[in-house]
Design a protein around this ligand. Structure first.
Ligand SMILES: [Mg+2]
Length: 362
């Protein structure tokens, strides 16, 4: 049975989150910065929007250089808010997980999922299915992403990379070589400048050249493991499974209907979030010792409050009661309004964790 793998990459993630929260900056160059704190402008660019990229401002660039390149523009420089980006990432990963047979998070803004069963191994419905996932992320989190769909992890990743932002690219199994072969060999995932230079010495410049080269020559030159990887991947072969790891925490975050510090209003969201979490813990036979809430304030500062129990818990009532107790204490010490509220459970029982691992491996 052929596999169908979907790779999802959120577009210019940090900068897009900032745009989505401050729509007035959307038509300006936006630069999210990792300030080192040593002097006013020391540090590097973390992410930029596409307008800034037109001025050659990219991640990794010193902030000073970025400011020079953008000096005559209406640019916006913003300090990276990692807690915010992580909370948005968590919410989106939870959405993606629901769409998957197997789920593997690759970074804060990338995941790959096996959707073979969910789509009945049908590429036609896989494309519709992928667009539904994109639509749900746009509706719930107001962010766009690029997806690639293909017969393995390598092809789906390269497909997602080939059309950004907001792309949907499907590579059918019998079109893999048409997709790969014309591309420059440095576009193949895993080939850096060093390997590229070495391959050029063998007159290998396209992926087709690499695919048609002698496997034994590649192994002699690059060693068994990397030589085999190069030859296989140039031919579109990648048998690696999506690594579905059991979660070590289960959490949900929502944006409140309005910024508020009204206990009853926020409690309604806690009821919904807890129900969702509790359904999952029952489903996966997980028990937990810790319940936490995350409060994201109107100015986007983030707070976490937790309570741990001596013995393992498994009931929705405990999640609801503990979250509300944490919320009540938090509100009594805090005068600002909340924008988002999150609930999570963690500290799972060892035996259940291992049972899960066994389930995934079997
Ligand atoms: Mg990305």
């Amino acid at each position: 049975m052929q596999r169908i793998i979907l790779h999802l990459d959120l577009d210019y993630f940090y900068a897009q989150i900032e745009e989505s929260r401050k729509p007035d900056i959307k038509n300006k160059p936006v630069v999210v910065c990792q300030y080192s704190g040593r002097s006013e402008d020391s540090g590097a660019v973390a992410t930029t929007n596409y307008i800034a990229r037109k001025f050659n401002v990219k991640s990794g660039l010193p902030i000073k250089t970025a400011k020079k390149l953008l000096q005559n523009t209406d640019s916006v420089f913003i300090a990276a808010n990692h807690e915010l980006y992580e909370s948005v990432s968590e919410a989106i990963m939870n959405i993606i997980r629901r769409y998957s047979d197997k789920f593997e998070q690759l970074s804060i803004d990338e995941a790959c999922i096996d959707i073979s069963n969910k789509t009945n191994n049908d590429y036609q419905s896989a494309s519709t299915y992928g667009n539904e996932l994109k639509k749900e992320i746009k509706t719930l989190e107001n962010l766009t992403c690029s997806i690639g769909i293909g017969p393995n992890k390598l092809i789906s990743k390269m497909a997602a990379d080939s059309n950004k932002p907001n792309g949907t690219t499907v590579i059918l199994p019998d079109k893999v070589k048409d997709f790969l072969f014309p591309q420059k060999v440095n576009k193949l995932y895993g080939i850096g400048p060093k390997t590229n230079t070495k391959l050029a010495e063998f007159n290998i410049t396209t992926i087709e050249d690499l695919a048609n080269s002698e496997r034994t020559v590649l192994i002699d030159e690059f060693g068994q493991k990397f030589g085999v990887y190069l030859h296989d991947s140039a031919n579109g072969i990648d048998n690696e499974e999506v690594k579905d790891k059991p979660a070590d925490q289960i959490g949900r975050i929502v944006t409140l209907k309005e910024d508020t510090r009204d206990f009853d209003l926020i409690s309604q969201s806690i009821d919904n979030l807890s129900k969702d979490i509790s359904n999952q813990t029952i489903d996966k036979k997980i028990t937990f010792k810790t319940v936490s809430i995350t409060a994201i304030m109107e100015d986007l500062t983030i707070y976490q409050r937790s309570k741990s129990f001596e013995i393992f818990q498994n009931s929705n009532d405990i999640i609801v009661a503990t979250s509300k107790e944490l919320l009540r204490n938090f509100l009594s010490q805090e005068s600002r309004k909340l924008r988002r509220i999150g609930v999570r459970v963690s500290n799972f029982s060892q035996t259940k964790g291992q049972t899960n691992l066994f389930d995934f491996n079997s």
